[in-house]
Design a protein around this ligand. Structure first.
Ligand code: HXC
Length: 526
């Protein structure tokens, strides 16, 4: 009797287990073979394939697999949308826990309805509580049109959570398909935006609406493809060649970042020698002041293994921002790039650097500034674009940053841009200069044209007089010794020693503390 009952129970349990397996398999099948084929034909992976590529094998744990929409509107009644079009969960990337929401375009175009959004809220909340990074893999037709306002409400809840988590946990978005309308704002609220070439686009209004309202004809790609967002406006930090490449780059980025603002920045020892000197740096600065050189060569000589990881590589070329490792520790580098407009600061360069500085500061990543800057870009165009408030963002970002701040003046460091590139008075902990450094209010010729205008104009040979006066100005200001004499530069170093000096400073400054001022928050000039 007992035996029989036990057997019966086993049968019941077995049935329930197979039911779970069957139900799970149904949902896991996404939007069906035909839609999956369509996705593959476009050169896109499915959401599940993306997660397989992202997470360490076998580590992904799906959350709320069985959530369904509950709308009865416009044909949705009785319509099955597996997992409600989004796969949510957590798993390990390089051995570290990360939370994810991956939209499934094969199920009703990955459109976002009420329950779809609530699944995303759930993992965002878990990531927040657990203090772990959050990644969104977007591939969606946007707000689920049939559901109406609850879908918009769903986006609102995501934006709120993005903002609440800002500066607390790293947030990454990959655009791996369409992203239209207000749906673009969650990506823009996160720290890092990746896009996939040829298959992704993001815009506030699509080509059809634009044509009907303003008559402009434009393709998806030209309106909001990765080329536009990575080279024209900086909305996209990383333009990637395909889904696999995108995921590899997300993994690489994560390796530089801490889990949260309360977690240690990961150390990855590449085995580079802390005493390594770089004699090639002694010869990198050309004799002619107007000639450029490759700032990235300097960065490579400083970085462990010569490796750097660069967001915004195609935007605002006149400034470089990138992550490097120094003795295994992540460091954020901000460097003028003399190859583009002589490394001048303009509206975009200021925005690019300021955003990067604020990210690094929020997540306790020390800042290394390499200055070679002739000034702010002059001209009516820059004034109209608001160089005043954009430039102020950079000043604000540096001044409020409390992480270790090390500055190396490589060559020119002129005027307001000298101040902006993490000068001593903006709170640099230590400012070094190469012997080639020139620190002045203006370049010598421009300075003399103003100060000695009368003398030059009345001279028998104005050009010869200009050169003579400029030489005197240059001899006085255009070197690091005047500034070093005032303690504005802490040390003049040999270029070849730059890495060693930075290592010793990072070690020295690692316990840097700061006392927060009792106020709610700064009001950065946005
Ligand atoms: C409901 C949607 C949908 C949406 C796509 N689908 N977008 N369902 N709401 N927003 C469904 C389609 O009906 C179709 O369902 C399936 O997804 C695949 O879509 P297709 O059109 O066949 O795919 P494709 O030809 O590749 O075109 C992709 C697309 C197009 C360009 C994204 O679907 C499209 O234009 N969608 C609407 C985009 C849009 O205007 N969204 C609203 C933006 S406003 P079946 O059942 O046939 O497979 C917005 C406001 C957010 O999002 C505000 C936040 C503050």
């Amino acid at each position: 009797m007992t035996m029989k009952k036990k057997h019966k129970n086993h049968g019941n349990t077995f049935h329930k287990i197979s039911m779970l397996e069957q139900n799970t398999a149904d949902v896991m099948a996404l939007g069906g073979q035909e839609m999956i084929q369509k996705q593959h034909d476009l050169g896109k992976l499915t959401a599940r394939e993306r997660l397989d590529a992202l997470f360490d094998a076998g580590s992904f744990n799906e959350v709320q697999l069985f959530v369904k929409h509950r709308s009865h509107l416009f044909g949705l009644e009785g319509k099955t949308i597996h997992a409600d079009g989004v796969i949510t969960g957590y798993g390990k990337v390089g051995g570290r826990i990360v939370f994810v929401a991956a939209q499934d375009f094969t199920s009703s175009g990955g459109s976002l309805g009420e329950m779809h959004a609530k699944k995303i809220w759930k993992v965002m909340d878990m990531a927040f509580e657990a203090r772990k990074p959050f990644i969104a893999l977007n591939d969606s037709g946007g707000a689920r049109i049939q559901e109406g306002v609850p879908a918009l409400d769903g986006y609102g809840g995501i934006f709120y959570r993005n903002t609440r988590a800002s500066g607390y946990i790293p947030q990454i978005t990959a655009i791996m398909g369409p992203t239209a309308g207000g749906a673009v704002y969650s990506p823009a609220l996160t720290d890092w935006v990746f896009m996939v070439q040829n298959t992704s686009y993001m815009y506030i209004t699509g080509p059809d609406v634009i044509k009907s309202i303003i008559g402009e004809e434009i393709s998806h790609e030209d309106l909001g493809g990765p080329l536009i967002h990575s080279s024209k406006n900086g909305v996209c930090h990383f333009s990637t060649s395909n889904d696999q490449d995108c995921i590899k780059k997300i993994q690489a980025l994560l390796s530089y970042l801490p889990d949260s603002c309360h977690s240690p920045v990961p150390i990855l020892d590449l085995g580079d020698d802390p005493d390594r000197i770089a004699p090639e740096l002694d010869e990198i600065i050309p004799n002619e002041p107007s000639k450029s050189y490759d700032m990235k060569e300097i960065i490579k000589c400083i970085a462990d293994g010569g490796q750097y990881f660069e967001p915004h590589a195609a935007w605002a070329h006149n400034i470089i921002v990138c992550f490097i490792r120094v003795m295994g520790q992540t460091v954020g580098v901000i460097a003028n790039n003399p190859k583009y407009y002589a490394g001048v600061l303009d509206v975009h360069a200021s925005d690019k650097a300021a955003r990067f500085i604020r990210f690094c500061d929020a997540f306790n990543i020390p800042l290394l500034t390499l200055a070679d800057v002739p000034g702010y870009m002059p001209g009516s165009r820059q004034e109209q674009l608001g160089i005043i408030s954009h430039g102020a963002k950079l000043l604000h970002a540096y001044a409020e940053a409390t992480v270790p701040k090390i500055t190396v003046v490589i060559r020119k460091d002129y005027g307001g841009a000298y101040i902006a590139m993490c000068s001593k008075q903006l709170g640099a902990d230590y400012v070094m200069a190469w012997p080639s450094a020139e620190i002045a209010v203006l370049g010598s010729e421009a300075a003399c044209n103003i100060v000695y205008r009368k003398e030059i104009m009345t001279a028998a040979d104005p050009q010869a007089k200009r050169i003579e006066l400029a030489k005197a100005y240059e001899d006085h200001f255009s070197n690091p010794y005047f500034s070093a004499g005032l303690g504005i530069i802490d040390e003049i170093i040999l270029p070849r020693d730059t890495r060693r000096k930075i290592i010793s400073l990072l070690e020295t400054l690692q316990n840097k503390s700061h006392a927060a001022i009792a106020k709610k928050h700064n009001n950065i000039p946005l």
